[in-house]
Design a protein around this ligand. Structure first.
Ligand SMILES: C[S@@+](CC[C@H](N)C(=O)[O-])C[C@H]1O[C@@H](n2cnc3c(N)ncnc32)[C@H](O)[C@@H]1O
Length: 233
């Protein structure tokens, strides 16, 4: 069997450990070094696409969205990973809309500018994309209604995995801050490898109307993942 080739390593800020990018033929993997495991694999990306498709459905859909909001939608994607969610968000919005993608690890952005970028069709080359290099949480501090959708896939679920500091993202206070950065009717969508009914309650306590969808990892097959869809009411 062809071995995986190491393409790069990167330190995760805030003592988060190390990321490793490897490639085997057309497959790429981003790992957290040590026992922590895989963060993203290019072969399994259906649920990352679903995160954007479901999280942005209300923008182009018929549900009480003003024409101006459809034309000039603003979407926040956190984080970049292999760019699948970003690419699907770009498909879901108009030519005059914008996507901000927040990525904590600068090397991940660099990797996406190299061969890794082919996986999702080089979404960083799209002139509707603005990269925020840093923690996605920084974009919620101002609590200003800015986005029509916030698509979060920074961990494997609603608990800190990439860095311990991400735990704070899923607290009631942070969820309320995210709610404040959404326009009325806007949607916070969160990717998770598991379904946690307690997190649904947490989102409700933060003032969202919540639905969950089960999606498969790979074209209707593979592991079942959960997308939390939390609408600002
Ligand atoms: C599972 S991957 C995202 C996969 C992505 N949805 C895709 O389609 O390829 C998680 C990404 O989030 C980044 N990340 C982790 N914590 C972050 C944070 N607090 N702010 C911004 N990016 C973060 C990681 O470096 C990694 O690139």
């Amino acid at each position: 069997m062809i071995p995986w080739a190491l393409l790069g390593t990167a330190k995760i800020p805030n003592d988060g450990g190390e990321l490793k990018l490897t490639q085997r033929e057309n497959d790429f993997s981003i790992h957290l070094v040590g026992v922590r495991g895989e963060l993203m694999n290019s072969r399994m990306h259906s649920s990352e696409l679903a995160l954007a498709e479901l999280g942005c459905a209300h923008i182009q859909g018929k549900e009480n969205v003003k024409e101006s909001a459809k034309k000039n939608a603003k979407v926040l994607v956190g984080g970049l990973g292999m760019g699948f969610t970003l690419a699907a968000a770009l498909k879901a919005i108009s030519v005059s809309s914008q996507v901000v993608v927040a990525e904590l690890v600068p090397e991940v952005v660099e990797w996406n500018k190299g061969p890794l970028g082919e996986c999702a069709g080089r979404p960083l080359d799209d002139n509707r994309v603005l990269v925020h290099l840093g923690d996605v949480a920084e974009l919620f501090i101002m609590r200003q209604a800015t986005y029509d959708a916030v698509l979060l896939d920074v961990d494997n679920g609603p608990e800190g995995f990439t860095q311990a500091g991400n735990n704070d993202l899923y607290s009631i206070e942070s969820l309320q801050a995210i709610r404040d950065t959404l326009h009325s009717g806007g949607v916070l969508a969160i990717w998770s490898a598991w379904h946690d009914p307690k997190f649904t309650q947490q989102l409700k306590k933060a003032g969202f109307k919540v639905k969950t969808k089960t999606v498969r990892a790979h074209k209707g097959k593979g592991s079942r993942h959960t997308i939390y869809l939390a609408r600002k009411i």
